[in-house]
Design a protein around this ligand. Structure first.
Ligand SMILES: [Ca+2]
Ligand SMILES: [Ca+2]
Length: 141
């Protein structure tokens, strides 16, 4: 366990490093595609967001959200991913929307860094962003 400092530019640099970002996104996509049919269904995406803990982070964990409201929320997230409205999310759609979400997080963080406590086995995108920045700093010195 350790503490990392992330701000908007950390996240932005991660998303803009296309090979690092796509690799992380592709790994996540594969992990989420539980039935291995190459696309994400509504329920697979919902599991994804439960594991990202993004939704809770945005809406606060101290508020208990009614299930029907949660379903609406996940539906609207799904619509955001499913650009061509065919009812499933393919890898391109997933990459594009993850990019948007991470940029939105970067904008939200702005230039005020936040401290994150992370577990060693944490594979969140923010940790990956912090790792990437750390490796760049290590290379530069
Ligand atoms: Ca699937
Ligand atoms: Ca689609």
């Amino acid at each position: 366990m350790g503490v990392v400092i992330v701000d908007g530019s950390t996240v932005r640099a991660f998303v803009e490093d296309e090979s690092a970002f796509n690799k992380s996104v592709d790994e996540r996509f594969q992990a989420l595609d539980l039935n291995r049919d190459g696309v994400l269904s509504r329920s697979e995406l919902r599991k994804a967001f439960e594991s990202f803990r993004l939704v809770e982070a945005h809406f606060g964990t101290d508020v208990v959200t009614p299930p029907e409201q949660l379903t609406q929320l996940y539906d609207s997230i799904f619509e955001g991913f499913d650009c061509d409205r065919n009812g499933t999310i393919d890898l391109d759609e997933f990459r594009a929307e993850m990019k948007k979400i991470m940029f939105a997080i970067a904008d939200g963080l702005g230039s005020s860094p936040i401290q994150m406590v992370i577990e060693d086995d944490d594979d969140s995108f923010l940790k990956k962003a912090a790792d990437l920045e750390a490796s760049k700093i290590a290379q530069a010195s």
